[in-house]
Design a protein around this ligand. Structure first.
Ligand code: FE
Length: 356
């Protein structure tokens, strides 16, 4: 497997020049000109970090003999695919969240995939209705509650707007994709007017202006700045592994909102087949492998996430959080409400902070 870190925006020519085989024994054709030969390859553009997916891709290569070439980047991959057009070497796009999958489909850089294997393995609520993308892992958007100052063991998203939490909640920017998906789900469940009231109430309960990442919220709970922080479930696993952050993690309980009714809002990491995939058959093989119990367990375990197929089990740590009751709202419905959610964040001046 070849890996390549991209720095900034590069022309296609520049990118070709950058692709260097890491294993000298393997002849690697230029990434942009691999169409004619190399049946035994597949090219992946990945927003996900190497440590999360390298182990699975290595297993895939070991089992199939198909080489996997990966371009990793934190941003710009969809624009790159669009600019490359029909000459794009990309076969498969991997993303760390659903907004990018929706963006990729809208940009025309994906193609639909009809696969009985995928359809049987992954629930329809976790796939694009037209087959352009599907989930590979799930994470819950949970409430991290101070062990010292919060005694309740259950919560709802609705309750976060209750004045009893005034000055006690920390959260990252309302415009961040994780919050946009959550707010979109609130619009889907309650309608726009109710969602606006809720978001205004939540804003007024904030301890500080929305800032930082999900982990900073937990850090601020530990520091006593807030009692509740909203964050993705896998950050608990990440903080526990990090010596500096372990104490933050240990200062909070994880509450899974709405576990007693409709279920907790979940988001996904996922994949999409590239529009012009030069190694389409191999890409489909890789996609189907990623949906296998074996790959699912490796993938979910690496990042403390939940598998998307029933036959795969979460890690012991994730299991210790209890059975996940996920909100069954289809991701495609959330996708359709993202723009409204973003407008609502601006309208209530959420990022300006409490009583703005
Ligand atoms: Fe994250």
């Amino acid at each position: 497997m070849h890996t390549l870190a991209l720095r900034g925006a590069l022309s296609l020519r520049g990118m070709r020049a950058l692709v260097v085989p890491m294993a000298a024994a393997v002849a690697f054709s230029a990434f942009g000109a691999v169409t004619a030969r190399a049946d035994g390859e597949v090219n992946v553009y990945s927003f996900r970090e190497p440590y999360l997916i390298d182990p699975i891709l290595k297993t895939f290569t070991h089992e199939t003999g198909i080489k996997v070439n990966v371009i990793y980047s934190k941003d710009g991959l969809i624009e790159r695919m669009a600019a490359e057009g029909q000459n794009s070497p990309a076969d498969l796009l991997l993303t760390q969240e659903s907004g990018l999958l929706i963006q990729a489909k809208a940009a025309g850089v994906t193609q639909p995939l009809q696969s009985k294997v995928i359809d049987a393995a992954i629930d329809a609520s976790l796939r694009d209705p037209e087959g352009h993308w599907f989930a590979l892992t799930r994470r819950a958007r949970v409430v991290y509650a101070s062990k010292e100052r919060v005694t309740q063991t259950a919560i709802t998203y609705e309750e976060l707007a209750d004045p009893k939490w005034k000055g006690k909640i920390c959260i990252r920017s309302g415009q961040h994709t994780y919050n946009i998906a959550l707010i979109a789900s609130m619009i889907a469940h309650h309608g726009e007017a109710e969602a606006e009231k809720w978001l205004t109430g939540l804003r007024d309960n904030l301890a500080r202006k929305p800032a930082g990442g999900d982990r900073e919220g937990v850090k601020d709970v530990k520091a006593g700045l807030c009692d509740l922080a909203i964050g993705n479930s896998y950050y608990m696993a990440a903080m526990l592994k990090n010596p500096e952050q372990k104490a933050w993690a240990e200062s909070v309980n994880m509450l899974f909102p709405n576990a007693g009714d409709r279920g907790t809002h979940v988001n996904i990491s996922g994949a999409a087949l590239a529009a012009h995939a030069p190694h389409r058959d191999n890409a489909v093989k890789l996609i189907e492998f990623l949906a296998s119990p074996e790959a699912q367990e490796i993938y979910a375990d690496r990042n403390g996430e939940y598998p998307v197929i029933a036959a795969a089990h979460p890690s012991e740590l994730v299991k210790s959080w209890g059975e996940l009751k996920a909100d069954p709202l289809p991701l495609s419905e959330i996708a359709g409400l993202r723009k409204k959610a973003s407008e609502l964040v601006d309208k209530v001046r959420f990022d300006a902070g409490p009583s703005s």
